[in-house]
Design a protein around this ligand. Structure first.
Ligand SMILES: [Zn+2]
Length: 383
């Protein structure tokens, strides 16, 4: 029995080290196969655009899109030391050759570094209909049509307080910001809906259902972040974060999604779960593909709007994880962690009316510039 356990452990270790020794740098692969390499830092996706085919990869997802089909990979692409790594066996089967040379990421100086916080993002609105097909789509969906209806989702409520600070609850801060945001957006002429406008409990799934019923163009879920740590660490960890629905790349992002998803399991919601499996992710990616680009576009506008604000970005300010509240929304959607309620300074700030007004004004600005960007893009398509 003991031998068997050791045997299993050895196999696992061998498998892990085999993956470790067979990683190839995606940019080198592109060079070797005369393909151009494109990296999208916010989306954490990349393309190898060759003559015959454009391969589309996503960090953390063991699938590649090739000739419009999804093909399973042995290993999900990953980032290490600023390099994007693929499994050489995957590369060999994709290019039907074995000629790729493994590279050691840390010692390879010829390869450009990627930056996850780069502001240069190529975000194009979702366009399922190419410009060449002159016919106007009959029923334009959220993301391709003009932006009119904004759904504001103040997180938590009622028996679910959300994260708790020293003197405040997440549910109250996000409701206050949500109400102010509604006012701002209505001034700009938007049709605004709120999943809750008072202190009531609403299930995560129901929030997305409401947004779909209202046929929203953009879904904004408002939250406050929190960490469970020593008082010293709580003082250090602060900042805002915009989250999109995307396979998480870090344990931190995963933990945040688990915390926000916990409410569903806690209160016995149907189909409640704290994490998605890789295959569920993949199915979801395919379904949400058409909203993704717009979610990233809006995220970019959020980053710009919050530049110069009192609450700074935490890290790059953008993350991805499996937030259940976003899963069901059939429209571009983000989850905004305004700041850390566990950080005394940010908690004190976020509970003031002045701060809530500033935050609401910045989100409203991001919505307006996003609306203009979508409009401009439509014009270029002659819609
Ligand atoms: Zn929350």
């Amino acid at each position: 029995m003991k031998n068997l356990v050791w045997h299993i452990l050895l196999c696992v270790a061998l498998a892990a080290s085999a993956w470790a020794s067979n990683k190839v740098d995606a940019e080198q692969v592109a060079k070797e196969h005369k393909a151009s390499f494109h990296w999208f830092p916010v989306q954490k996706t990349f393309l190898l655009a060759g003559e015959g085919d454009t391969l589309k990869f996503a960090i953390g997802l063991p699938y590649v899109s090739s000739h419009g089909n999804s093909v399973e990979l042995k290993h999900a692409p990953e980032i290490a030391d600023g390099h994007i790594l693929l499994d050489s066996a995957d590369v060999a089967s994709l290019y039907k050759t074995d000629k790729t040379t493994p590279v050691v990421p840390a010692s390879s100086s010829s390869v450009a570094k990627v930056s996850s916080s780069s502001a240069k993002v190529v975000a194009v609105p979702a366009t399922p209909v190419p410009a060449t097909t002159a016919a106007k789509p009959k029923n334009e969906t959220a993301g391709t049509r003009e932006v009119k209806t904004i759904v504001i989702d103040p997180g938590h409520g009622g028996k679910d307080t959300g994260a708790q600070g020293k003197n405040s609850n997440e549910k109250d801060i996000v409701l206050a910001v949500g109400k102010l945001l509604k006012k701002e957006l209505e001034k700009e002429g938007f049709n605004v809906k709120m999943t809750r406008d008072k202190d009531v409990f609403i299930e995560l799934g129901e929030r997305a259902n409401l947004a779909n019923q209202w046929d929203g163009d953009l879904f904004i879920s408002l939250h406050c972040n929190a960490i469970d740590a020593s008082p010293e660490r709580k003082k250090q960890i602060k900042g805002y974060h915009v989250y999109v629905l995307r396979a998480p790349e870090s344990e931190e992002d995963k933990a945040i999604a688990r915390r926000e998803n916990k409410v569903a399991t806690l209160y016995g919601e149907k189909n409640a779960k704290e994490e998605l499996t890789p295959i569920e992710w993949f199915k979801l990616e395919a379904r949400l593909e058409k909203y993704k680009q717009n979610s990233y576009m809006f995220t970019e506008e959020m980053l710009k709007a919050f530049d110069g604000g009192k609450i700074k970005r935490q890290g790059g300010g953008v993350g991805g994880a499996g937030f259940m509240v976003l899963v069901g929304a059939l429209m571009p959607a983000v989850l905004f962690e305004i700041g850390f309620i566990s950080n005394p300074e940010e908690e004190a700030y976020m509970t003031t009316t002045k701060a809530q007004e500033d935050i609401a004004a910045r989100v409203a600005k991001a919505v307006s510039t996003y609306k203009a960007a979508v409009h401009n893009y439509r014009e270029t398509l002659g819609r």
